[in-house]
Design a binder for this molecule. Sequence first.
Ligand code: SF4
Ligand code: SF4
Length: 374
Amino acid sequence: MLYKDFGNTGIKISSLGFGCMRFPMVKSGSADIVDQDKVAQMISRAYDLGVNYYDTAYFYNGGLSEEALGKAVKDFREKIYISSKSPGHLLKAPGDFRRILEEQLKRLDTDYIDFYHFHGIGYDNFFETDKKTDWINAAARAKEEGLIRHISFSFHDKAENMKKLIDLGLFESVLCQYSAVDRSNEEAMEYAKSKGLGVVVMGPLGGGRVSGLPLQIAEKLGVKVNSSAEMALRFVFANSNVDCALSGMENLQMVEENAATASKGEPLSDDEVEAINALMKENEKLAQLYCTGCAYCMPCPQGVNIPHIFRMMNYYKIYNIYEYSKNGYAEIGTSEWLPGKRADACNQCGQCEKKCPQKIKIREQLKESHAALA
Ligand code: SF4
Ligand code: SF4
C-alpha cells in the first residue's frame, strides 16, 4: 500500500480508503441486516493489505454501517483511522450534535472518531444549521474533549464554495466528489491541498465508489488496464492533490483488486490523463448539443429531476457508462443531494418544453431515458 501525508494532520493515510456504505446485507426474518461475517473478512483483509482509513456515516447501510464497522475493527482499532459524519439535516436544536455524536461513538464502540465530518455541507446550509444548533462550537468542544480528533467536512455544493469553506480555517480535511466524469472540484482540491487540508475523494454517485469509464474507452485511448475500477483509481491517483480514494467495497474480490491497484503506485501517465481529458471534452460538447444542464425547465410540477436524468442519459448514450448512469438514475430521490423524481413521474403537461432554450422534446426524451435507465 502507498501512503501519503494527509494535509497537516501528521498522519500517513493509505491511498485507498474503505467506503463503508455498501456492506453486504442478509435477511434476518423480515429485516435486512449487515452480513457481519463477510464484513469482518473484508475489513480484516483490507487492514492486512494496508488500508488504514475507513469511512462510514450515520445513515450508511440503513444506519447499520457504524456498528458493523466498530465490530470489524475491534482488534486493531488503534491502528486505523475511522471517519464518520454529523448528519446536519437531523439536527434541529443545540445539543443535537452532541447527542448524535455520542450515539455514533456507542455504535462504533470506540472512545473517539478520528475524522468527524460535517456531512455533505454547502456554504449556506453549513451556517443555517449552525444558527439552529450551534454545531460549530459543539464540534470544537468535542475535539477539546478528545471525542473527535480532526474536524472535517464532506462537500456537496458549487466548487467555489469549497474554497470559502476552507478559508474559514475550521477544517483539517475534506471529502469530495472527483472522478474522470466529474472534474468540477479539481481546482478547489488543489486549493485545499495548498491550505494544508487532507483530500479524500469519492465518486459522485454509486454509493461513493470511484466511478470508472468502460474498458472499451480505455482500449480506444490506448490505456492498459484490467478493469474499469483500476482505470478509475489510477485516474484519481494521477492527481497529486488526492491523498486517498474511497471505494465502497462490497466483496473480497474488490478489496483484493483495489488494494493491488493502490499498492502498485502506477497512476495513469500524463499522456493517458491527457487522452481521457480530450475525450471527455469532446464528449461534453456532444452532450451539450442535447441538454446543457441549465435547469431553465425546472421546477417541474411533478418533481421530475429533468437535468439530472438527461445528464445520466448522456453518460449512457455518449460515454457508454452503463452501470454508473443506471445507478445515478436509481438514486434520484433517495437523498437530499439528489432530490426529485424519476422520469416515470412525468404527466406530460408540457410546461418544461416551453422553457427549454435548446428546444428539447423533453417528454419524449424522458420516456426514452426511463426505458434505458430504469
Ligand atoms: S412534461 Fe413532465 S417533466 Fe415536463 S413539466 Fe410536465 S410533468 Fe414535468
Ligand atoms: S431547460 Fe432544456 S437544456 Fe436546460 S436543463 Fe432543461 S432540458 Fe436541459
